[in-house]
Design a protein around this ligand. Structure first.
Ligand code: SAH
Length: 362
């Protein structure tokens, strides 16, 4: 249940060990509250989060009364049964709100969740993605995932960029896998936030295997893949009744072989190419050489869902020249097939409908 209470300027006293309470502390801090933290009578511990005040631990009923009368809300994460009774009674006396919150996991081994973040816009983040981010101690992200409001989605977490600039890997994949595993083995709840879906050219499979090899519990939260959502954002449905009943998603990271090209032409369906800008010329020349009609509509959608999203429309025999002339760059999705005509002419109603859906999502 979310009551949407406004905590800005409110004084919130969080009670519980620094590690168990770290996420609760972070959440109240992010809400704009003035946060006070009592770790415990014996080992107060350092504040888990900067900006938190640690009052002197109350040693008498009177001291508890004074402290609790001075705050608006008490959040108990963990305490002894006796102290719990004392706190509850003091809250009742002073009409201070009392809530009980669950402790962050302190199990010796944490976990890794691979989260598909969709094509970069908040509206296409799933509820599962948001829940996983909210529970994270540490988030490894890269430039293709949605990161605009990472501070709000994962307020209790450390954020680490393992992004890869085009053509050069900032952090090699094996090192990124080692970092995920090491964090989980240190007991942290780890999220690996990825663009689109983790299992669509996202190297998610390799990360799952790395976790399994280290006996680290790993789960995957699927995301909305750019292979479908980015064409849709440009008004292109990857399938359309009476036009095509299949679509193939292929990586253009490395040149596509003649055998693959022959199959693609033979399928006579929509072809969606990710990471395809570097090999565009080779792809369209190959498709044309192996029998695809040269006037087949082609679209290139750059930076889907960004404020400067751009679509370049052409045909199999003109698109390479148009793309070079327009200075088309990655990230972009290439769509080859009759459905592309829905974006520009033909089925105007369908195109309008899809644009509307994409706008709602954005
Ligand atoms: N796992 C991701 C794909 C990773 S490969 C997914 O399911 O979407 C990276 C490629 O995805 C990019 O080179 C580009 O082809 C495509 N891509 C991802 N996000 C995009 C966006 N917002 N706009 C255009 N292309 C995008």
């Amino acid at each position: 249940m979310s009551l949407g209470l406004d905590f800005a300027g409110k004084r919130v006293l969080v009670i519980g060990g620094a590690r168990a309470a770290r996420r609760v502390l972070a959440r109240y801090l992010a809400s704009g509250a003035s946060v006070y933290h009592l770790a415990g009578p014996v080992s107060p511990g350092a504040p888990a989060v900067a900006g938190v005040t640690t009052p002197v631990y109350p040693r008498s009923l009177g001291a508890w009364d004074t402290l609790i009368a001075a705050v608006d809300l008490v959040a108990i994460v963990e305490t002894s049964p006796g102290t719990d009774v004392t706190i509850a009674a003091a809250c009742a006396r002073h009409r201070t709100w009392l809530t009980r919150e669950s402790a962050a996991a302190t199990a010796p081994v944490g976990s890794v969740t691979l989260v598909g973040g969709g094509p970069g816009v908040e509206g296409l983040l799933t509820q599962g993605a948001l829940a996983a981010l909210g529970a994270a101690d540490i988030v490894y992200y890269d430039r293709l995932g949605p990161t605009d409001r990472l501070d709000a989605w994962a307020p209790g977490a450390e954020h680490i960029d393992v992004g890869k600039a085009p053509g050069h890997h900032a952090i090699p994949q094996r090192d990124a896998e080692r970092m995920l595993v090491a964090s989980a083995l240190a007991g942290l709840t780890v999220v690996r936030l990825k663009g689109g879906d983790p299992f669509v050219f996202g190297r998610g499979g390799e990360e799952v295997l790395a976790c399994r090899a280290a006996d680290v519990p790993v789960t995957v939260i699927s995301g909305v893949t750019s292979a479908i959502a980015v064409p849709a954002a440009a008004g292109i449905p990857v399938t359309h009744r009476d036009i095509t009943r299949l679509f193939t998603v292929i990586s253009g990271h490395a040149p596509i072989s003649d055998t693959e090209l022959t199959h693609l032409v033979g399928l006579n369906g929509t072809i969606v190419v990710l990471m395809g800008i570097g090999t565009l010329q080779q792809l369209v020349a190959g498709l044309s050489r192996l029998g695809m009609r040269t006037d087949m509509p082609v679209a290139i959608v750059e930076r889907g869902f960004a404020h400067d999203q751009r679509t370049t429309l052409g045909r199999l025999d003109t698109i390479a020249g148009l793309a070079a002339g327009a200075g088309v760059r990655s990230p972009a999705v290439v769509v080859i097939g009759e459905v592309v005509s829905l974006a520009s002419h033909g089925d105007d109603a369908a195109a309008a409908l899809l644009r509307e859906a994409a706008e709602l999502a954005g």
